[in-house]
Design a protein around this ligand. Structure first.
Ligand code: GN1
Ligand code: MG
Length: 369
């Protein structure tokens, strides 16, 4: 038994999973936590699959608070069950906790794995529409959740102004002497700075409402039914916090409506696919239009563009400060990611009016039907 398997077996025992590990895989979708899909053979011979995760303690300073949010949110979602959806089930230790702190200071959690399909890229517009529907539904299901009871797991997570202020401070400090390599990228972010902070300004002026949002709406955070392509569940609840609907919409667009992967090195492949944009919007706006204000609908495109610049600045910041935050697969990975996001932002800028029009048309139709 190798040391990873031994560790997973230890976690399985602590969470009182029945049986013995017979196979496991690393799930490499996420950029933050370490995730395993682990199959246990039960004592009656049947097989059960679990997701076992080690929470990244550098990014998440207080995992206990995250797990308290998850306990509350999953309970709320379970009580609001929608036909065809699967409720997430987190396991508990003997002490009744949905997490375990090991001797090395790592936090672990265990969820029953849902038999499903996930996508990093999909060209199927039905899948895109269903992803929009899933995140829209998620937003609506949490619309009466007590926001006060949620811990803020990462303060100012999508405060674009603070993100950019920090970025330019780090550019100034240049701790790894990498700034000289990335001057054009820094200049581009500077040119977009004011525009990208518009949503932060609107939020601070009280012109757009804070809602309970997901805040990390990559399409690979939706589980789909393998046969029908219908959404089964939204996962990755670490950043469920008060936030803006436009950021949930925008972050999903940034990831799913890109013609290429988030870290595509060949920038000629990177652009915003307006048909994918439309399909996701139909799903998301279709679910939420009735609850959204005019200002929210009018700033969905802004949400997409500003979160793309924000994430570009986060990737580039991580590159400039020595790649401590996001997991990287190779030297310069964060720079490749940042360049890809900037190329996408540029294309969004060119297609901005079209994005606005598509959202407006869908919102009008959704409200009148
Ligand atoms: C991180 O953990 P993961 O891969 O779902 C990040 C998101 C970024 C995303 C970019 C807590 O999400 O904000 O948009 O990478 N999560 C955190 O791929 O920082
Ligand atoms: Mg995440």
């Amino acid at each position: 038994m190798n040391s990873v398997q031994a560790k997973l077996a230890e976690i399985g025992e602590i969470f009182r999973l029945n049986g013995k590990i017979y196979a496991f895989d690393v799930v490499s979708n996420g950029n933050i936590n370490t995730t395993y899909s682990v199959k246990f053979r039960r004592f009656d011979g049947s097989i059960r699959s679990y997701i076992i995760q080690r929470i990244n303690g550098y990014v998440f300073k207080n995992p206990v608070e995250i797990m308290s949010n998850i306990e509350g949110v999953t309970k709320h979602l379970r009580n609001k069950a929608i036909d065809g959806r699967v409720a997430l089930h987190f396991h508990h230790t003997e002490d009744g906790n949905n997490y375990y702190l090991d001797e090395e200071g790592n936090y672990w959690r265990v969820m029953t794995e849902v038999d499903s399909d996930t996508f990093n890229i999909s060209n199927d517009l039905n899948i895109l529409r269903n992803a929009g529907k899933a995140f829209g539904e998620f937003q609506m299901q949490l619309s009466d959740y007590d926001a006060e009871s949620l811990y803020v797991t990462i303060p100012d997570f999508h405060n674009t102004r603070k993100r950019l202020d920090k970025f330019f401070e780090d550019v100034e400090a240049d701790p790894c002497k990498r700034v000289c390599e990335v001057m054009p990228e820094i200049d581009f972010i500077r040119s977009m700075r004011k525009f990208s902070c518009k949503l932060t300004d609107l939020q601070e002026a009280g012109k757009v409402p804070l809602r309970v949002t997901h805040n990390d709406t990559k399409i690979n955070n939706v589980l789909f039914d393998k046969k029908t392509g219908e959404p089964l569940a939204v996962i990755d609840l670490d950043t469920v916090m008060p936030g803006l609907a436009m950021h949930d919409f925008g972050d999903a667009i940034r990831f799913a409506a890109n013609t290429a992967a988030e870290d595509e090195p060949d920038l000629t492949k990177v652009s915003l696919d307006l048909e994918k944009f439309r399909a996701f919007s139909e799903g998301f706006i279709g679910q939420t239009a009735g609850a959204l204000t005019e200002m929210e609908i009018g700033t969905m495109a802004l949400g997409a563009l500003s979160i793309t610049v924000e994430l570009a600045s986060r990737f580039l910041d991580d590159y400039i400060t020595g790649d401590k935050y996001f997991k990287t697969n190779y030297e310069g990975h964060n720079l490749v990611r940042a360049r890809c996001q900037l190329k996408l932002a540029e294309d969004m800028w060119d297609k901005y009016e079209e994005m606005e029009q598509i959202v407006n048309t869908i919102a009008k139709e959704a409200v009148s039907s």
